[in-house]
Design a protein around this ligand. Structure first.
Ligand SMILES: Nc1nc2c(c(=O)[nH]1)N[C@H]1C(S)=C(S)[C@@H](COP(=O)(O)O)O[C@H]1N2
Ligand SMILES: [Mo]
Length: 221
């Protein structure tokens, strides 16, 4: 686990991903509508579940785990594991679309719907953006409407088992309608803001929103 201000070490994959953004790698120039085709442009289907991250894999036990929800909210939250899992539990089935072109269908998630989190923390009128902070030093930003999507959740179970550490357990975000880099693993803090604050990949050439149907892979599209 690193402190907030230590930049995470740069792996070979991370370096490649920075280069791909500069090169516009994988772009097909096509868009699609989710109603018409299930696989977004430039994606291919995989049956296994690849692990993608900065390479640190923080080890956070459920006993030590806390979630801090703060910033432009009426009711800041600081939950331990018992308080978090006492919140309403929702199950969603959704597809994963990673910007490196793999997609994985029919993931069964369980956890706290972001809509239920919003009901609990009550964003103030000026709140327009959400920044996720993770235990590996990773950050990613979302517009409040994207964070509030009806199938978005803070997941702690996948396929009816506890979410594996390598996939972001104890708790990760899942926002199915955007590329998977928006779905922060090893969630530590959720910050509500009036101004936007681009995250780890968003300041390294990746699109600020990341809609796979519009092929919003890179910021210079
Ligand atoms: N904390 C954290 N979350 C992260 C990342 C990361 O490096 N650190 N990588 C993102 C990227 S680029 C992808 S594709 C997905 C991968 O999730 P998976 O390893 O469960 O497939 O996690 C996203 N969330
Ligand atoms: Mo990714």
């Amino acid at each position: 686990m690193t402190e907030e201000n230590d930049p995470p070490p740069i792996s070979k994959l991370t370096r490649s991903k920075q280069r791909w953004a500069q090169q516009g790698r994988f772009l097909t120039g096509k868009t699609a509508r989710p109603q018409e085709q299930r696989l977004p442009p430039g994606q291919h289907l995989t049956r296994d579940w690849p692990v993608l991250d900065l390479g640190l894999t923080p080890n956070i036990s459920r006993e030590r785990w806390r979630l801090d929800v703060y910033g432009a909210v009426e009711n800041p939250i600081f939950w331990n594991w018992a308080a978090f899992t006492a919140q309403p539990q929702t199950q969603f089935r959704s597809d994963i679309h990673c910007v490196t072109t793999w997609s994985r269908y029919d993931n069964q998630w369980e956890g706290l719907a972001t809509r239920d989190l919003l009901a609990a923390c009550r964003p103030r009128d000026e709140a327009r953006f959400v920044v996720l902070h993770s235990h590996d030093g990773y950050t990613t930003n979302l517009a409040l409407e994207d964070f509030a999507a009806e199938d978005a959740l803070l997941a702690h179970r996948w396929s009816e088992a506890p979410l594996e550490q390598e996939h972001g357990g104890p708790v990760r975000l899942v926002v199915p309608h955007l590329y998977f880099w928006k779905s922060a693993k090893w969630l530590q803090r959720i910050e509500f803001r009036s101004d936007d604050a681009p995250g780890y990949w968003e300041v390294r050439g990746y699109h600020n929103r990341g809609d796979p149907w519009q092929e919003q892979r890179y910021s210079n599209d």
